[in-house]
Structure formats: structure tokens, C-alpha cells
Design a protein around this ligand. Structure first.
Ligand code: ADP
Length: 757
């Protein structure tokens, strides 16, 4: 193996991220692309390269007629160790390299002067949260980077939302060996409280350090709530925040540091380091005007020429126009272009937008202090951006349109969201319509993975009919059915084509949720007509999905089965959605359960499981394990039921999906009763009750009924348990009935029930 190509592969941050994710298991490139927010094709290429280098191992899994590639780490043969936070490479000669993960996102520092007092204060502080605040350009970021070069760097921008933020932190914590947060998010759960607790737990357990730069840009209140939550509780971990305004994060555990200008001595060293020699009289004047503001001093060094007169009021603009005047054409146009963006741009993006050879221009601007860098990202300091917005001549529309197309070419959910944000800035109805269609066809997961980020963007254009369509989809996903319904009814006659079909199928769905099946039927008929006229497989699929669901709710399982098998046919023809395919397989299994044809349901559940595993869909995998456990229970194979429920139940507890965890626990508990393992049954019953107490999920109260059965079998006093269980389930007569029915399969319930009449 060629060591230098190995090192080259390893010195690429994306590759390292891939490897660190693979550390937690085998992955299909598609799911890996989702986790990392990358294009699947690009990821596959990287994986193949790393496979050639012997770092990873791909193997083909055969699923029906198709081959699916699954990658895992292959570290045994070569001496590479993925340690928390770094990768260690040791060669046979005993050389040792350490590659810290995510380091390059730090702002690079070449010159650093002064700040001894502040450094002393921060280093000697035992507070877990450090807030550095002060005006723009005063040196907050530089100070944080100097002190916390081993921290995870999060650059806040205006479009950020809690779900996006949490995903990035989850990814980072995963590199430190804490995967619960990422796993939780991948499972599709988005409870604010859970996210808060998991972030806290992850930071504490791994003693992580996180810098949040430019907090004042944050528009999502929930991120601020999260930080306040962390501030009160952090002990081992560290949070460093820079902001222009002083955030309120409590007082107990927070060191607030207001940053002022550099001292005269340090200011002098700074301009000296920039290669400028001034007389002491001249320096006194400059210091008097700048008050040691480091960005002003840096720019001054660029603008410097003999005999310039400065006044304090217009100092900044004056200096900037001096510096600007000295730039060449190419530098100016690049600077203008970049001033259109209020978030960092990647080198590749800048190159795509600027067109020309951008490398040397970018570096010359960087050296002049006009541009800042974080790893592979570049941006203008806010003060400079403000100045440039006044002298700007570039065509905003042209640049943004080009950017939108560039981002879409990258073909991943996160860049899709970014593209959407710029399409909104363009206020271009046609582009928005096109993007929504793309979301419906290609980026289906955006609604689950980044609902809030998407919601924030859409809210800006909330009167646009396509935005209403999508807002409805997000509200529906979040369980706000009435709100979704209202929006869809408003726009249903305004839209055509795939958009109309989407709204119609959504209407069928929401009316089912609201138990207004007549309305559902009406819209399903309309959808059927569209399906026939459109000849679009996507729409055909939606139609069958809704038909299945409606038939199921109407109590027509035979009809539902027919249409579910049609779903399966279409989804396989479309061929792109393993996740959806496994869901359909699961539904087919459920319908067979309803028909009491348990053997057939096992067949379909097993196929769903196979598919979910091949594509690393962990949520689906465990959902299927649970369904399998139920089917085995119904078949009377309690050993197998327990086995499957254990794996499903543990996962759901881990990702805090308590509703599903209780479902699994209930079947496991009843299976233990059937097997006569009363001790274990009792533990599960207690766990169910505990969950009911903390979440209010009613099935958990069935734990009391189970305890009554267990006590009865032991010959003890069961009455009190039964009474509590009945009392708690009083408001849920159907659930109570279902519990007795299921328990009745393994225990003679008449032994504990009070005699009627
Ligand atoms: P802020 O984060 O407060 O907006 P920055 O940290 O980005 O400010 O600093 C603005 C500019 O001043 C940067 O170009 C940086 O290089 C320079 N600078 C800030 N502090 C120092 C310092 N202590 N020594 C040298 N240069 C500094």
C-alpha cells in the first residue's frame, strides 16, 4: 500500500468524517450521505478510493434481484486507530501520526498580540461557560481561537435552526465516541427536551469543548434556550460563546468578558507585525482614533501611506475606501461578489461563482485582512460587508441564480435547503415551484430531518401557494393536523400537476387522522383521476399509499392488502426508495396480521428487515424487529418474541421513542409471562409504569395489569395492582380491551377480573 496516498486520503476532512461514522457500524452510501449531508455519488467515490487503500471494506448484499453495497471499517490489517477526537496512524517503522478531527474549522491565526489579562481571566476561571462579547472586529473570534484550539468550532449563521445545529453537534459528539444524539436524530425524533438532554449528556460524557462563534446572528430562539439550559448544568464540558451583544445565560456558571481594544503597546506590536513603521506622534494619533480596535489597525496597515489625515467619525469608511482603491479589478469584483453572502462560502463555491482563477486573488485579500477563513470556508468581516454593500455594482439576481443551480448540482439535502434560501431571496416564483417539486420527488427526508430549518425559510414567503403546500407538510409531520388542513384547503385549487396531487393525497391523509373518512374518500377519488391523467409513477405511488390506508381504516383489510401490493410494485419500479420500500413491506405485514395470517406477515416483515439492514436504516430496522416480535407472539413462539423485542425495545429506549419502547416492552413482558419467567416480566412491567409516569403514554399503565397477572400466578395479592391499572386506563376503554385481549393469549384473565353482575 502506498503510504503517501493513504495519508492523503486521511488528510481529507470528509474522509475522516466518513471513517469516524463507520466506527459505529456498517453503512450503505445512501444513509451515509444523509448523515453527512453529502452527495451520494461523491461519497461512493470516496469510499471506493478508501477501499483501494485498504481503509474500508465494501461488500455486496443481495436483496432480491439487486445488489447493495455496504461499507465497514477494515482497520485490523493496517495500524490505524480511530480514537475519540483524533485518528492515530502508526506505521511498521514505529512512526506515529496524530490527526485531530475537525480541527481545520478553526480560524487560523498568524499574528497574535496582547490580551494577557483576558487570557489570564479565562484560563483561571472554573466556569463552564465563557462568553466573550464586544463590537465587531474587536478580536473576539481571534481570542477564542487562540485559547480553544482544541474545541469544536460552530460558526453561527442567520439561517441556523435547532435541528440543524443539533445534527452538527451530534456528528461532532459522535467523533468523540458519543453516538446517542446522532442516533436519536436519525431515528426522526425531534423533541426539544430530548435534544437538550442528549446534547448535555454528550458534552458532559465526552468532556467536549464547543465554541459558538457569532451568536448574535442566531435567529432561532430554541438554540438560545438550549444554551441557557446548558449553562445551568454543564460541569465537565465547556461552552465558549462569542457575540456582539451580551446574551443572558444566567450568572452562576458563566464568565462574561467584555472585550475592548488592544492596549497601546499591543496595538503598536500589531501594526509593526504587519510591516508598518510609524513615528510615535503618528502612532499616538492612530491609537487615539482606533482605540486599539484590531481590525481597524489591520486595515490601517493596508491603507497606510504618508501624510494621511484621519478623523474618528469616518475613520472606518475612509480607511476602507483607501484599501479598496488600491485593489485590482479582480480583487474588487471578488470582494463585491462575496459581499452578497452573509454566510461563509466554500472555496469550491467561490470558484464556481467567480469563474476565473480565484486562488491567488482570494489569498491576496486574505493577507490584506479583508477576508476571513475557517478551514475551507471564506467570508467577509461584517464591517467590511456593510461598507461594500454601499459601493456594490454586481448583479445580485445573476449571482444568486447561479448559486442556486450550483447548490442543486451537489445533490444533497443540506445544499438543497441552502438553495431554497437563495431562491427565496430571489423572490422567483418559478424557481420556488421547481424546488418544491424537487423536494417532493427527491429530497423527501428534508421534512423529517430538518423541519425547522425548512419552516424558517418557508415562513419568509408564507403567502406563496407552494410554500403553503410545504408548510402544510411540515405541520402535518409535527402533528398539527388542523393547521395543515387549513393551508391545504386554501391552496388546493390554485395548484396543478404534482403539487395538486401532493395536496390531494395529503388531504386524504389528514382527514383520516381527523377521522373524517367521507372527506378522505372524496379527495381520494379526485386523486385517482389525477393519477390516471398524469401518468406519473410518483403520483401513482401516493395514490396507492392513501388507498391502502383508507381501506385499512374503513375496516377492509382485503382491499388494503390489494392496494399495498400495488404500492410495492410501484415503489420497486421507481427503485430509488429503500426506506419507503421497507415501510411498505412493513404495512403489508401489518395487514396480514389484521387478517390473522401471521405466517405471511412474518415473510414480509423479514423482507423489510433485510432491506433496512442492507441500507443501514436503523429506525426501520428496529421498528421491524418489534413487528416481528409481535407476529411471533401471535404465533405463540414466545422465545422468538422475546428475542426480537429485546433488540427493538432497547433501541427505542436509547433514542427516547418511549411510545414504541412501551409497545415493545408490553409484548416482551407478556411473552415472559407465557414462558413463566416472572421475575423478568415484573421488571418489564415496572419499566412500563415508569415510562407512563414520566411521559403519560397510556399503554405504559398496562404494566399494572401485567403485575396483577404476575402476582396472581405467584399466588399473591393482585387486587391492588388491578385496581390501579383499571383506574389509570379508565379513559381508554379500547386500549384496556386490547390489553386484556393480548394478555388473554398467555394468561387466563378471568382469574383476575372482577366477576360481572
Ligand atoms: P470579532 O470576532 O470581534 O469580530 P476578529 O477576532 O474577527 O473580531 O478580529 C478582527 C481582525 O482583527 C482579524 O483580522 C484578526 O486577525 C485581528 N485581530 C484581532 N485580535 C487580534 C490580536 N489579539 N492579535 C492580532 N490580530 C488580532
Amino acid at each position: 500500500m502506498n503510504a503517501s496516498s493513504l495519508i492523503k486520503l486521511l488528510s481529507n476532512e470528509t474522509n475522516l468524517e466518513i471513517l469516524s461514522v463507520l466506527r459505529s457500524g456498517s453503512f450503505n452510501p445512501r444513509e451515509l450521505a444523509r448523515i453527512l449531508g453529502r452527495d451520494e455519488t461523491d461519497l461512493s467515490r470516496r469510499l471506493r478510493a478508501m477501499e483501494r487503500a485498504g481503509l474500508v471494506e465494501g461488500r455486496w448484499v443481495r436483496i432480491r434481484e439487486k445488489n447493495v453495497k455496504v461499507y465497514s471499517l477494515k482497520v485490523d490489517g493496517i495500524e490505524i486507530r480511530f480514537e475519540p477526537g483524533e485518528v492515530l496512524i502508526s506505521t511498521s517503522k514505529g512512526d506515529r501520526y496524530e490527526v485531530p478531527l475537525l480541527e481545520s474549522r478553526l480560524p487560523p491565526i498568524d499574528v497574535f498580540v496582547g490580551r494577557e489579562k483576558e487570557i489570564g481571566l479565562i484560563s483561571s476561571s472554573d466556569k463552564s461557560v465563557i462568553v466573550i462579547y464586544g463590537i465587531a472586529g474587536i478580536g473576539k473570534t481571534t481570542l477564542a481561537a487562540k485559547l480553544f484550539s482544541d474545541a469544536f468550532w460552530y460558526q453561527m449563521s442567520e439561517g441556523d435552526s435547532l435541528d440543524y445545529f443539533a445534527w452538527q453537534v451530534g456528528l461532532f459528539l459522535n467523533t468523540l465516541g458519543y453516538n446517542a444524539l446522532l442516533e436519536y436524530l436519525r431515528a426522526g425524533s425531534r423533541e426539544e427536551r430530548d435534544i437538550f438532554e442528549l446534547v448535555l449528556e454528550g458534552i458532559e460524557k465526552s468532556s467536549a469543548k464547543i465554541v459558538i462563534d457569532d451568536l448574535h446572528k442566531c435567529r432561532d430562539e430554541r438554540i438560545l434556550h438550549l444554551l441557557a439550559f446548558l449553562s445551568e448544568r454543564l460541569g465537565k464540558g465547556k461552552l465558549v460563546i462569542t457575540s456582539r451583544e451580551k446574551p443572558n445565560l444566567g450568572i452562576e456558571n458563566v464568565l462574561y468578558l467584555h472585550l475592548a481594544g488592544l492596549s497601546p503597546e499591543d496595538a503598536y506590536s500589531l501594526i509593526k507585525a504587519k510591516g508598518i513603521d510609524v513615528s510615535s506622534k503618528e502612532f499616538a494619533e492612530i491609537y487615539h482614533i482606533t482605540l486599539g480596535h484590531p481590525l481597524a489597525l489591520t486595515l490601517f496597515s493596508e491603507a497606510y501611506g504618508a501624510n494621511k489625515e484621519f478623523t474618528r467619525e469616518s475613520f472606518f469608511d475612509f480607511i476602507l475606501s483607501e484599501v479598496y482603491g488600491k485593489l485590482n479589478e479582480d480583487e474588487r469584483s471578488l470582494l463585491q461578489l462575496m459581499s452578497l453572502f452573509d454566510e461563509p462560502l466554500e472555496y469550491e463555491e467561490i470558484r464556481a461563482l467567480h469563474g476565473k482563477n480565484v486562488f491567488s486573488t482570494l489569498y491576496s485579500l486574505l493577507n490584506k485582512g479583508l477576508i476571513e477563513r475557517r478551514g475551507d470556508y471564506y467570508f467577509l468581516h461584517d464591517l467590511i460587508r456593510g461598507f461594500l454593500s454601499e459601493v456594490r455594482e454586481v448583479d445580485e439576481v445573476k449571482v444568486y441564480s447561479k448559486y442556486v443551480e450550483f447548490l442543486l448540482g451537489r445533490n444533497n439535502a443540506r445544499d438543497f435547503l441552502k438553495a431554497f434560501r437563495y431562491a427565496v431571496k430571489l423572490k422567483d416564483g418559478e424557481t420556488i415551484k421547481r424546488l418544491v417539486e424537487l423536494r417532493l420527488r427527491k429530497f423527501k427526508r428534508v421534512i423529517q430531518d430538518f423541519p425547522d430549518a425548512y419552516l424558517n425559510i418557508l415562513s419568509i414567503i408564507k403567502d406563496n401557494p407552494y410554500a403553503k403546500e410545504e408548510l402544510g407538510n411540515i405541520y402535518f409531520q409535527k402533528g398539527f393536523f388542523e393547521k395543515a388542513l387549513k393551508l391545504w384547503l386554501e391552496v388546493k385549487d390554485e395548484l396543478g400537476g404534482i403539487h395538486k396531487a401532493d395536496v390531494l393525497s395529503s388531504l386524504v391523509d389528514v382527514y383520516i387522522e381527523l377521522n373524517r373518512l367521507d372527506e378522505s374518500e372524496k379527495y381520494l377519488e379526485e386523486l385517482e383521476k389525477m393519477k390516471e391523467s398524469m401518468n406519473d409513477e410518483e403520483v401513482e405511488l401516493w395514490y396507492f399509499v392513501e388507498l391502502t390506508k383508507l381501506n385499512f381504516y374503513l375496516g377492509k383489510p382485503e382491499e388494503a392488502l390489494k392496494s399495498a401490493l400495488n404500492e410495492l410494485k410501484v415503489v420497486r419500479k421507481l427503485g430509488r426508495y429503500p426506506e419507503f420500500e421497507s415501510l411498505v413491506l412493513l404495512h403489508v405485514g401489518d395487514i396480514y396480521v389484521e387478517l390473522e395470517r401471521y405466517r405471511e406477515s412474518l415473510t414480509y416483515y423479514s423482507q423489510a428487515l433485510e432491506l433496512a439492514r442492507a441500507y443501514s436504516l436503523s429506525f426501520m430496522e428496529h421498528l421491524t424487529l418489534f413487528e416481528l416480535s409481535k407476529a411471533y407472539y401471535l404465533l405463540g413462539d414466545y422465545k422468538k418474541a422475546v428475542e426480537h423485542a429485546v433488540r427493538g425495545g432497547d433501541y427505542f429506549l436509547r433514542v427516547r421513542n418511549y411510545r414504541r419502547a412501551v409497545d415493545a416492552l408490553a409484548y416482551r413482558c407478556f411473552s415472559y409471562i407465557a414462558l413463566g419467567e416472572l421475575e423478568r416480566a415484573q421488571n418489564d412491567a415496572r419499566e412500563m409504569i415508569r415510562i407512563a409516569q414520566s411521559t403519560g403514554y397510556p399503554l405504559g399503565w398496562a404494566g399494572y395489569i401485567a403485575l396483577a397477572a404476575i402476582e396472581n400466578l405467584r399466588g399473591g395479592n393482585f387486587k391492588e395492582y388491578l385496581n390501579i391499572g383499571r383506574e389509570k386506563l379508565k379513559e381508554y376503554p379500547r386500549l384496556y380491551g386490547a390489553v386484556l385481549k393480548e394478555l388473554g393469549r398467555v394468561f387466563e384473565v378471568s382469574k383476575i377480573l372482577p366477576q360481572e353482575g
